[in-house]
Design a protein around this ligand. Sequence first.
Ligand code: HEM
Length: 98
Amino acid sequence: MPPSKVSSTLHFGFGAGSRMCAGHLIATRLCYALLVRFILSFEVIASETNPPNTDYVEYNSIKTALVAIPRDFGVRLGLRDENWLEKKMKEEEPKFYS
Ligand code: HEM
């Protein structure tokens, strides 16, 4: 089999080595499904008074820090399509309660 071009996980959020999270495969898939459903359900709307700073230098609140920490900003979530979401929630419900 040719070597895979997909690299392994580039973080240690699940630990590493023999005691690493036994659920990391299912957990990454659940996070992916959650993110996709979230994006399909809601649009993220920037605050008019305090929008995110998207300047590639100025967005950082502490420039001397080891990692980038974005300045505070405001957003709200808007339902993309209430009828679609309601239909999807009804479709999924029996899977949780049966
Ligand atoms: C986003 C979700 C999750 C995160 C961030 C996470 C993270 C972690 C971390 C950091 C450890 C400790 C690893 C170490 O000691 O080096 C751990 C252990 C463990 N996790 Fe998770 N986990 C998640 C979800 C899950 C799920 C869904 C399951 C089961 C289905 C699971 C089962 C376990 C088990 C059994 C261990 C103990 C492994 C051992 O000590 O041998 N985790 N997890």
